[in-house]
Design a protein around this ligand. Structure first.
Ligand SMILES: Cc1cc2nc3c(=O)[nH]c(=O)nc-3n(C[C@H](O)[C@H](O)[C@H](O)COP(=O)(O)OP(=O)(O)OC[C@H]3O[C@@H](n4cnc5c(N)ncnc54)[C@H](O)[C@@H]3O)c2cc1C
Length: 345
């Protein structure tokens, strides 16, 4: 099997600078509007302003007749996030950004090119895909999920331009970018092997595509992203539809063996049950669409203690909204639960 090519963007935690060729007092109002329009906050500082994110900071300051925008990323992934964000902000502002140190064309720091090891139907409604690449270990840390970009036939993968900014061949809108969950990372002969499961729903573009993959095919994964492992607690309540069976399997596999609780998994029929390893004190119940069940039927099965508890409900958007209401009514507060929309009907 040939090794996957995954050139790295030469970004790192060092500060990254760029300029807009207009004075600070002209640039700052538009910068503020663009940042706030994306739900973030600008903090005024002497001689400029700053935006603080979990991945790093953007500083804005005067530099003679122009404005300097400085990125202070926490790590390589942070550098990618900040470069992409600054590009989005300045294009929303309608100003031209010039990067101080242009980079050669590369790949986004959060993109891995991997080779397919196998793609197999593990039950009537689930396809399991295993892929390998030397740089997949990072998907075992932090966010539990990743994006699976799908472009037109023969299209090159996303790349980075001279600003280290992610560019999508044919335009970002031309790409299908669904989110999936890293179910497991194991060690294989060619490096880490990442396994993920795709639910076969009738109208999806991804199931047919992944089922057509054969060993050696190249695919791209972008991440990790999304929620990390739930906060440790003595009680765990997990309710999932088909799309969230993988995340529940991962959470239970990594949970403290002393945890107790209930897990409710909804799949089309009994043939779609899977082996779910986890703490012996967490009871696993399967419900079937063929018997008219939905993830909301799992809510009454949770036996919630008064404290030290965490509940994850992940399913269709309107069901997640209904679950949020029901769990709030049962006294769960922010930080004690997540009602997540994994897809919308
Ligand atoms: C954080 C997160 C993690 C996820 N992890 C996984 C995972 O590990 N495995 C997995 O299979 N899915 C997972 N999903 C759900 C997945 O991203 C969506 O189902 C996505 O739409 C699948 O892409 P697609 O190409 O199959 O369908 P699309 O082409 O995006 O959608 C086509 C049509 O299918 C409908 N549709 C989408 N999902 C479903 C469904 N489940 N049932 C019925 N109709 C549907 C849509 O409404 C749309 O009309 C996850 C979602 C999130 C947000």
């Amino acid at each position: 099997m040939p090794p996957p090519s995954s050139p790295e963007t030469p970004t790192g935690p060092a500060a990254i600078a760029a300029h807009v060729g207009r004075p600070l007092d002209v640039v700052l109002p538009g910068f503020r509007t663009a940042v706030e329009g994306m739900g973030m906050k600008v903090v005024d500082a002497e001689g400029g302003a700053s935006v603080t994110l979990s991945r790093g900071q953007i500083l804005v300051s005067a530099d003679g007749a122009s404005t300097q925008l400085q990125l202070l990323p926490k790590d390589r992934m942070g550098a990618q996030v900040l470069r992409d964000l600054l590009d989005t902000l300045t294009s929303r502002m309608g100003v031209t950004l010039t990067w101080d140190d242009p980079l050669p064309k590369g790949r986004p720091a959060n993109l891995s090119l991997a080779r397919v090891v196998s793609s197999e139907r593990i039950s009537p409604s689930f396809q399991r895909i295993a892929v390998t690449a030397p740089d997949l270990a990072r998907f075992g840390e932090g966010g539990l999920h990743f994006t699976l970009p799908q472009g037109a036939e023969g299209q090159d993968w996303p790349f980075t331009d001279e600003g280290g900014v992610t560019r999508w061949p044919g335009g970002a809108e031309a790409w299908h970018r669904p989110v999936f969950t890293t179910r497991e990372i194991t060690e294989g002969p060619d490096g880490p092997v990442l396994t993920f499961d795709v639910f076969w729903h009738d109208t999806g573009r991804t199931p047919g595509w992944v089922a057509s993959l054969v060993a050696g095919d190249e695919i791209a994964l972008m991440g990790p992203s999304g929620s990390a492992m739930p906060k440790p607690s003595a009680y765990l309540g997990l309710i999932a539809d088909e799309t969230a069976v993988p995340v529940v399997a991962r959470i239970l596999a990594q949970a403290d063996p002393a945890v107790t609780g209930q897990t409710v998994l909804v799949v089309p029929s009994p043939e779609d049950r899977q082996e779910i390893a986890g703490p012996s004190g967490v009871q696993v119940t399967w419900l079937y669409r063929s018997e008219g069940k939905s993830p909301l039927d799992g809510l009454p099965l949770l036996v919630l203690p008064d404290s030290d508890r965490y509940v994850l409900f992940a399913a269709e958007k309107s069901e997640a909204a209904a679950a949020k209401e029901a769990l709030t009514e049962r006294g769960l507060i922010r930080g004690e639960f997540l009602a997540a929309s994994y897809w919308s009907a």
